[in-house]
Design a protein around this ligand. Structure first.
Ligand code: HMG
Ligand code: MG
Length: 313
């Protein structure tokens, strides 16, 4: 199915890494099935990080073996180091993601390394992944600001992004890790980025701590970005970035895109089912708005296709 905008689902990873409770494997599989059924085609499943640092994802190896078989879905997982890559290469995941921060302090807290040390580690991970024919995506965190350091100069995040792309990432997702960004700032950041990189080399990964994620994404769309990360139900947050709330909710993002006539390939009804499963799995109500309010109007006549929406209980 042709899509105008690519939604990259991170609920199983960014979402579950930040839940207090450790979600049992069987529930993770149920959520993965619901996400696949909703038509999402890029799904970050988990992280091959240290279980001491992120115990919520300690079952990454077993979970990858239990993922639904879905030919047209690309599953991926975070890999911080060679140990992570070795684990990833034991699976059939076609894609991995490396991550680094534009803030020296956040990088140290999150990866226990300086930015330079992290880039050296990432170089090896990327070389190994390429040799094994896996695609590599990159993340740069704290582009819009850092809890520890405050404002981060654009030149700093540009420099790290440049290295990730040169090393072989097909795309770098720019993270508003703490959800601090506002639209004017986003326009300024993207102008600097798009003076150097193609739009398809970039994605936006907006946390919604202060309610500005969709506004920033709209600016991204106006600037030509077509890849956006989101988490079902609005789960998410980095345990090593205090004050970070969840990612923009996938259903809120898809709702806005539908209304703008932009196709995502996602089935709206089934997406709300997935959001309900996410709430069950998390054992709490999740902050996304559209799964609470429902779709409006019931019959959509544009980008999402002419879909008759059944009434959700
Ligand atoms: P360290 O403590 O410096 O590592 O952590 P180490 O090499 O000294 O190893 C410590 C122990 O962990 C050893 O075990 C290793 O074997 C083990 P021990 O000998 O003590 O029993 N270990 C591993 N085990 C399994 N898999 C591995 C692995 N590596 C080491 N891959 C390390 C360094 C990178 C491991 C650690 O800092 C880490 O795991 N950090 C990950 C933190 C994280 O996942 N943060 C959240 C994701 S980033 C994010 O959310 C932002 C993002 O969403 C974008 C945005 O929002 O901006 C992506
Ligand atoms: Mg994140």
């Amino acid at each position: 199915m042709s899509t105008d905008v690519s939604v990259y689902e991170v609920g199983l990873r960014d979402g579950l890494q930040n839940e207090k409770a450790i979600v049992p494997l069987v529930d993770k599989v149920r959520l993965a099935q619901a996400l696949v059924a909703s038509g999402l085609r890029r799904i970050e499943a988990t992280s091959f990080v240290s279980p001491k640092w992120i115990p919520q994802l300690a079952d990454a190896d077993a979970f990858c073996g239990a993922l639904p078989k879905a030919e047209n879905v690309t599953f991926s997982a975070l890999c911080p180091n060679m140990r992570g890559l070795e684990r990833a290469l034991e699976t059939t995941l076609p894609e991995i993601a490396v991550f680094i921060s534009a803030s020296e302090t956040h990088n140290k807290k999150n990866l226990n390394k300086t930015i330079r040390e992290s880039l050296d580690a990432i170089k090896d991970v990327i070389a190994g992944a390429r040799q094994a024919n896996r695609r590599i995506r990159g993340y740069v965190s704290t582009v819009w600001g850092c809890t520890y350091e405050g404002a981060i100069p654009i030149a700093q995040s540009l420099a790290v992004t440049r290295e990730l792309l040169a090393l072989g990432c097909y795309q770098v997702s720019l993270g508003d890790t703490i959800g601090a960004g506002t639209p004017g700032q986003t326009r300024e950041i993207l102008a600097a980025y798009l003076a150097e990189f193609r739009a398809d080399q970039l994605a936006l990964h907006m946390h919604d701590t202060r309610g500005t994620a969709l506004a920033n994404i709209l600016v991204g769309l106006e600037c030509g970005i077509r890849d956006f990360d989101s988490a079902i139900g609005g789960m998410g947050g980095c345990p090593y970035a205090p004050g970070a709330a969840g990612n923009v909710a996938t259903e809120d993002l898809v709702y806005m895109l539908f209304g703008m006539g932009l196709a995502t390939g996602v089935d709206p009804d089934r997406l709300l089912v997935a959001a309900r499963v996410a709430e069950e799995v998390a054992g709490r109500s999740l902050p996304g708005k559209v799964h609470q309010a429902g779709w409006f109007p019931k019959r959509l006549g544009n980008g999402g296709g002419d879909v008759e929406l059944s009434k959700l209980k």
